[in-house]
Write a protein that binds this ligand. Structure first.
Ligand code: PLP
Length: 381
């Protein structure tokens, strides 16, 4: 059996259509979009076309899209860019945000900004019951992710966005994991800011975008030659932008089909593991979840040992979020859901993607229960 990659929430391979669209930009159409000669003008036209393609998928105007060097940078720009517009105002985020938001919010707090962290319930859904009180304090930004990267729980962004819009407060959502799995039409949703990243949907790494709704004031973080409407200096990555535009169009075109196919595979994996692995717990099971993520706790089996044994058998999954793997502490997402460190420790995330097949799911179902049994026996000795 070929090695099985089941870590698509960490990153995805670049799709062949994306590579083919990018290659000419790396070779003959290599110009700097700021140059006035023909190479520059050609690069500028291609970059602006890529921006328009992204904007069309999201239902916004091209001038509302700022290209960034990935989701992390888009999140930083949204949070710090807003916080800097009103330094005395608090900022708000949820307890299960990706570190790209949480660590940024903590950095703002260390600089003197007041931070409110919204709790989550046992299902992994953000509890926004205290938001009306917090909104009275006029925060510079409220940031709640659309879908969680570790457990896949989908958040009540429409309700929170509406609450914020009614209070005249900027709302940001990190849609890095939602993109390609959930319909995102920003002409129908009152969000002020939204982050996305190309490498989670078959695009290149290090390419992202921040949607900034017209009229939302924001301060830049990277200064220089005034690129990206003065909000993100640095020579633009034209190839990356074209790759992102191609990937987002493909993801949107295939979204409904993807959700049905991968949802059925994930459900089959989940049902089989529940049946065959005694005491296995599915985290965030009662939440509405992304169809591509399955996060389980396997009591009595060390998650690092599980990861390594699966890796030796050619199966790649992750424990906690990939961006923080290597860290030994249990996932902040699971512990903030009220899961004890004992149960949060032995957790694993399977994440499915475009290349996942039925045979791969069958293979994981056939080997995983035996691996767990063996590791449990070893740790009981
Ligand atoms: N936000 C979420 C929810 C993510 O899952 C990730 C990546 O894992 C990021 C932000 C960071 O995106 P990038 O890797 O493009 O910096």
């Amino acid at each position: 059996m070929k090695p099985i990659y089941m870590d698509y929430a960490a990153t995805t391979p670049v799709r062949s259509e994306v590579r083919d669209a990018m290659l000419p930009m790396l070779e003959e159409r290599f110009g700097n979009p700021s140059s006035t000669h023909r190479w520059g003008r050609e690069a500028r036209a291609i970059l602006e076309h890529a921006r328009a393609r992204l904007a069309a998928v999201l239902g916004v105007s091209p001038i509302e899209i700022i290209f960034t060097r990935g989701g992390t940078e888009a999140d930083n720009l949204a949070l710090l860019g807003r916080a800097r517009t009103s330094p005395d105002a608090p900022v708000v985020c949820s307890a299960i945000e990706h570190k790209a938001i949480l660590a940024t919010a903590r950095a703002a707090e260390a600089g003197g900004t007041e931070l409110h962290v919204l709790p989550v319930d046992r299902s992994g859904t953000v509890d926004h019951s205290t938001l009306p009180d917090i909104l009275r304090r006029e925060p510079s930004v409220v940031s709640v992710m659309w879908a969680n990267n570790e457990v896949g729980a989908i958040q009540p962004v429409l309700e929170i966005a509406t609450q914020c819009a009614d209070a005249g407060v900027a709302f940001h959502t990190d849609a890095v994991q939602a993109l390609g799995k959930i319909r995102i039409r920003l002409d129908e949703l009152p969000v002020s800011l939204l982050s996305i990243s190309a490498h989670k949907i078959g695009g290149p790494k290090g390419v992202g975008a921040l949607f900034i709704r017209r009229g939302t004031e924001i301060s830049p973080m990277i200064f220089g030659g005034g690129h990206e409407r003065g909000l993100r200096a640095g020579t633009e990555d034209v190839a990356g932008a074209v790759g992102f535009a191609t990937a987002i169009e493909l993801a949107e075109r295939e979204r409904e089909q993807t959700v049905v196919r991968l949802g059925a595979l994930r459900d089959r994996l989940e049902a089989a593991l529940r049946e065959r692995v005694p005491d296995l717990v599915v985290n965030a099971e009662s939440a509405e979840r992304l169809p591509t993520i399955l996060n389980v706790t396997v009591p009595g089996a060390d998650s690092e040992a599980l990861l390594l044994t699966l890796d030796l058998q050619g199966i790649a999954v992750s424990s906690g979020s990939a961006c923080s793997s290597g860290a030994v502490e249990p996932s902040h997402v699971l512990t903030s859901m009220g899961i004890s460190p004992d149960m949060a420790g032995p957790s694993l995330r399977f994440s499915l993607g475009h290349e996942t097949t039925d045979d791969e799911i069958s293979h994981v179902i056939s080997v995983f229960p035996q691996i767990v049994e063996r590791l449990r026996e070893m740790s009981a000795r």
